[in-house]
Design a binder for this molecule. Structure first.
Ligand SMILES: NC(=O)c1ccc[n+]([C@@H]2O[C@H](COP(=O)([O-])OP(=O)(O)OC[C@H]3O[C@@H](n4cnc5c(N)ncnc54)[C@H](OP(=O)(O)O)[C@@H]3O)[C@@H](O)[C@H]2O)c1
Length: 217
């Protein structure tokens, strides 16, 4: 079993993934800027997964001790936080879930393109020693938190470090009924990230919680 840290693990995405991976038996660390919020999230996950191996505390401590560092913060916090954590993260596997988007008026979100091309490439440029892998853009965080219900969908995994990518792909498949698909190089993460913006619009139109399933593979 591995040690998984969630940077910004108090939000729906971090909490949802942490809950699923607590269920599959990993040691989970909930990172936060607030000890109190980390403790609240740990208690919430304990309730959903009694007996889980769970800790919480400052983001840097999780980044220092984990085998996999999940980045589950808003895009607006991404660059600054990774810059702060670079020394703690070193050469670890970083699983970047971030979707850069902005909201303009009532028309819903638009994709925001970071200078590096994608959030994942931004992470790689800030963490030159880390193995940055992007994943989990298309699973709904609300559904992830409902561990009593099966999750459905494909997770597209992009990365330049092949062994790291394989490890993340096998983590993905620990979530029942979820399939991982190799999305190729990290630079392809931009397409995966932007597709989420479309899903948000579809969710609004259908009042739904959509995911994706790629056919033919
Ligand atoms: N929600 C989804 O369904 C979904 C699906 C796919 C991908 N994602 C991606 O997952 C990421 C997290 O989504 P979310 O909905 O969980 O986000 P969120 O609730 O807005 O934020 C997650 C956590 O990030 C921390 N945070 C917020 N602003 C910060 C700042 N300026 N500096 C440092 N930490 C900060 C907060 O933790 P503390 O206050 O405890 O520090 C917060 O609880 C996003 O990038 C999103 O695009 C989300």
């Amino acid at each position: 079993m591995a040690r998984l840290a969630f940077i910004g693990g108090t939000g729906p995405e971090g909490t949802g993934l942490a809950t699923r991976f607590a269920k599959s038996g990993h040691a989970i660390y909930i990172g936060s800027r607030s000890e109190e919020r980390a403790a609240e999230t740990v208690a919430k996950i304990h309730e959903a997964v009694p007996g889980a191996d769970l800790y919480g505390g400052p983001n840097w401590d999780g980044a220092l001790k984990a085998d996999f560092v999940f980045v589950t913060v808003p895009a607006s916090a991404h660059a600054e936080l990774l810059t702060e954590l670079a020394e703690a993260i070193e050469d670890k596997i970083v699983v970047d879930t971030v979707v850069p988007m902005s909201f303009e008026g009532d028309d819903g979100p638009v994709a925001a393109m970071p200078e590096a091309g994608s959030a994942a490439e931004e992470a790689a440029s800030l963490l030159p020693d880390a193995k940055v892998i992007s994943a989990f853009h298309h699973l709904d965080a609300g559904q992830l938190q409902r561990v009593d219900r099966p999750m459905q969908g494909d997770v597209i995994v992009c990365g330049d470090d092949e062994p790291g990518k394989k490890k993340v792909m096998s983590l993905v498949e620990e979530i029942n009924y979820v399939r991982s698909l190799d999305g190729g190089q990290l630079r392809n993460s931009r397409y995966s990230e932007q597709l989420t913006v479309l899903l948000v619009h579809i969710n609004k139109i259908y009042k739904a919680h959509t995911g994706i399933r790629v056919t033919g593979v």
